[in-house]
Design a protein. Structure first.
Length: 343
């Protein structure tokens, strides 16, 4: 009898659990599926300094606890010297375990506010399988076993004090390296290719394309899924990009360079690259120029004069999709998006 009662109790518990799971799936649907299908997470931002806003950004990264964070250049702004002091400051806020992966900005490449060679010594990579030169030009596949994404980090239009400028235009070693990194990811059937750098091209807060339209179009033409930039101290999310155009005056908008996207925050893989500018790590924000032609390339943006906020972009990745959100430390901006495959 006791065994029968115990068995009935177990069966009842299973029924309750399955019923509750069915209710949760029907009630919350995609949210539950998103959590269970996430394979890895990462975050990205640039332009930090060391102030109260930077404190809040770093502490929010710690709370999100991504598998790794990409620091998109311009680190200390000489708020802390030497470079090791800023590295200690970062670790003091985010802890020791989160990989804080560096790619140089112009403030570190030319020695204006420290040197990238010193920053990489005090914030070395915690990801083992790197190809290239950490801090300047490198990539890694993640996860290491059965990778879902290749993360490529480059330094277009940066002058380094210890070597010639990195140039990803035609017939240069840097362009050959970049194209090989992209095409070899495809040949290995890695689902996602993500390219990050410090300087930007089309920005709602500046006129000039700092990395040149040629470099931007190389990424777009090779169907890079997500492009990460900083440099402009703003947040911006583009429409699906098919090309970038500029003349002697700077960036110009052409309707043919964007894909019609009625859903506004859903991107279909292969139908245009998603550009995200996340220069909101703590350094003083810059203004949005709403009358600039570059604004027409974007779905959403925020700057000093428009929804001012600091924060970072946070991603959840699986084989079928990349889900992202902007994490605003003052809750001044809400933005989320998804890049999905057709499978």
């Amino acid at each position: 009898m006791r065994k029968a009662v115990k068995l009935l109790g177990t069966l009842a518990a299973i029924v309750i659990f399955v019923g509750g799971l069915y209710f949760a799936r029907s009630r919350f649907g995609s949210e539950l599926q998103d959590v269970t299908n996430t394979i890895f997470t990462f975050s990205a931002a640039g332009d930090y300094a060391a102030n109260l806003e930077t404190d809040r950004v770093l502490e929010a990264i710690k709370v999100k606890n991504p598998d790794f964070h990409i620091a998109l250049g311009d680190f200390s702004y000489n708020t802390l010297k030497p470079e090791s002091k800023w590295c200690e400051y970062v670790r003091g806020h985010i802890g020791q375990s989160i990989p804080f992966e560096l790619i140089s900005g112009n403030h570190e490449s030319n020695g204006k506010d420290g040197l990238i060679t010193n920053f990489v010594k005090c914030l070395p990579s915690k990801i083992e399988n790197l190809t290239g030169t950490y801090g300047k030009e490198y990539y890694f596949d993640y996860p290491r076993e059965k990778p879902l994404a290749r993360i490529i980090l480059i330094s277009p239009n940066l002058d380094f004090v210890d070597q010639a400028a990195y140039n990803y235009t035609a017939r240069t070693p840097q362009l050959d390296w970049l194209l090989n990194a992209i095409t070899s990811a495809r040949s290995q059937n890695i689902p996602w290719v993500i390219v990050g750098m410090h300087k930007d091209c089309i920005s709602p807060s500046r006129r000039t394309c700092e990395i040149t339209p040629q470099v931007m179009n190389v990424l777009i033409n090779n169907k890079v899924d997500v492009i990460l930039q900083a440099h402009s101290h703003i947040y911006a999310r583009s429409k699906p990009l098919l090309c970038v155009s500029a003349d002697t005056r700077g960036v110009i908008f052409e309707q043919a360079c964007t894909t019609e996207n009625n859903l506004h925050n859903i991107y279909n893989k292969g139908e245009g690259s998603l550009l995200l500018i996340s220069g909101t790590g703590g350094q003083t924000l810059t203004d949005i120029t709403p009358t600039s032609e570059a604004v027409n390339y974007f779905e959403k943006y925020a700057g000093k004069n428009y929804n001012p906020t600091f924060g970072f972009v946070y991603f959840k990745v699986n084989e079928q999709e990349i889900r992202g959100e902007f994490v605003s430390v003052n809750n001044a901006l809400t933005d989320s998006f998804v890049v999905k495959t057709s499978r």
